[in-house]
Design a protein around this ligand. Structure first.
Ligand code: HEM
Length: 252
């Protein structure tokens, strides 16, 4: 993905016309398959200054796909009167320097940190080991497994990077699922028992936390099923970093 920034300096008497034109032009961005998202901001200190941010699937998709495609002409027709007001129009690559600020707690902090996760995985695997669908997979489980999964979850939810630093990281986690042939009904049971355990140990039950938590668990378990199929080899990937998505915590 690539981010395009376009900085405009528009005299204030033309600002309403400028914003109205962009509101119409945005329908072409919304329809363009190369456009990931867009946002027009106006400077509060210098109201003549605007910045348009557009994320494209790639620079090539923007320059060839969008500009050569059906949505460019109606887009350009709307914004053409303001081309002379452009001060900068360039592509930028995202760097790893980004994240939530201190105003937004990590999911790890919100759920109660490592102690809460250890309580969760202990209660969960106690039930897993009594479950007729899951016992064939977990019968010979390493006794340290619940703690390892607690560390994994902690890291994914924004806690310390202990799993990556001391337990083999992403590749090791994937390798533990290889060749296990996890079936959909086993995945479903795993999810269901984990949600029961979350209630049992009193993880926060606010809608925003549970939606983010369930989102990761749904994603992670489906990936575990894929990784457990025949022919998959161990691979490296960046550690997933899960956050609140579209709904940060409600603090009414
Ligand atoms: C979000 C979903 C999942 C996460 C985060 C997860 C995490 C992990 C981790 C971190 C390990 C390695 C533990 C270690 O380092 O020793 C592991 C192993 C394992 N996982 Fe998963 N897993 C997930 C889903 C599943 C599902 C759906 C199943 C099966 C229904 C499953 C079955 C296993 C088994 C059988 C092992 C090896 C256990 C042992 O013998 O020690 N996992 N998992």
């Amino acid at each position: 993905m690539i981010v395009e920034y376009i900085r405009y300096r528009v005299p204030t008497d033309r600002a309403p016309e400028f914003e109205a034109s962009y509101a119409r032009a945005a329908t072409s961005l919304a329809a363009a398959p190369q456009c990931v998202d867009y946002e027009l901001s106006r400077c509060t200190d210098e109201p003549e200054s605007y910045i348009l941010r557009i994320t494209w699937s790639s620079a090539k998709d923007h320059l060839e796909g969008f500009r050569g495609g059906e949505h460019f002409a109606p887009f350009f027709a709307e914004i053409k009167p303001f081309v002379g007001d452009i001060e900068e129009m360039r592509h930028y690559e995202k760097t790893p320097v980004r994240g939530d600020g201190g105003a937004v707690p990590s999911l790890y902090e919100w759920l109660g940190g490592s102690e809460a996760l250890e309580r969760l995985t202990e209660a969960f695997y106690r039930e897993v080991l009594k479950d007729d669908l899951l016992i064939p997979l977990f019968g010979g489980m390493d006794p340290q497994h619940p703690q390892h999964v607690a560390l994994w979850l902690g890291e994914v939810f924004g806690g310390p990077t202990t799993y990556t630093d001391h337990h083999g990281g992403y590749r090791h986690m994937v390798s533990r699922h290889l060749g296990r042939g996890i079936e959909e009904k086993q995945r479903r049971r795993w999810v269901s028992l984990l949600m029961d355990a979350a209630d049992e140990v009193g993880l926060p039950d606010d809608p925003e936390f549970r939606a983010a938590f369930a989102g990761y668990i749904e994603w992670g378990t489906r990936l575990a099923v894929i990784n457990s199929r025949p022919g998959v080899d161990a691979y490296d990937a960046p550690m997933p970093k899960w956050s609140w998505g579209g709904h940060p915590p409600y603090r009414g």
